[in-house]
Design a protein around this ligand. Sequence first.
Ligand SMILES: [Fe+2]
Ligand SMILES: [Fe+2]
Length: 191
Amino acid sequence: MNYSLKLDSPGEWLETVLANFDEFLVDHAANERKASAAALSMVAHYPDKVTLVETMVDLALEELNHYRQVLNLMRQRNLNPGPDEKDPYVNEIIKQVRRGADHYFLDRLLSAAVIEARGAERFDLLGAALDDSDLRGFYKTLARSEHKHQELFVVLARRYFPNDEIDDRWQEWLQIEARILGSLTIRPRLH
Ligand SMILES: [Fe+2]
Ligand SMILES: [Fe+2]
């Protein structure tokens, strides 16, 4: 399996985030909270899948902890959480999730994996580029964490689906994600 994303984040994205880091931080916090909520929604949707439930509960806690850490950074900067905004990237990805119980389940796992992969890539960029060494360390740690989440969703998929099916659909998801990312307006947001 090829884990690598098909499109690198444009340099303009990094420049925009660095120039508007406070604005980015508020959006980043919201993304961590939504990641936690999404993990819990998997629990609600698949209560009979024991391994999935346990994995998603752990993930929800970890994402909520990320949210708490970003909130602490916001407090230091006198920033408050804002109202939720539409996330065109995530909305477009959700539109590509196929219907039908099996296809839907596989696509939920692989779309989550691809979103985690993009988070890891972007946090890694911030971990290398931010001025503040504490912030660099924080984002490097987050990048490792989101990379593990990507793998966790793929491991879960392997538990429930044949490898061939996963590998084929994963390649399609990488293409879908690259197309969606490439169509986005560059803003100081995670996506
Ligand atoms: Fe996270
Ligand atoms: Fe994550």
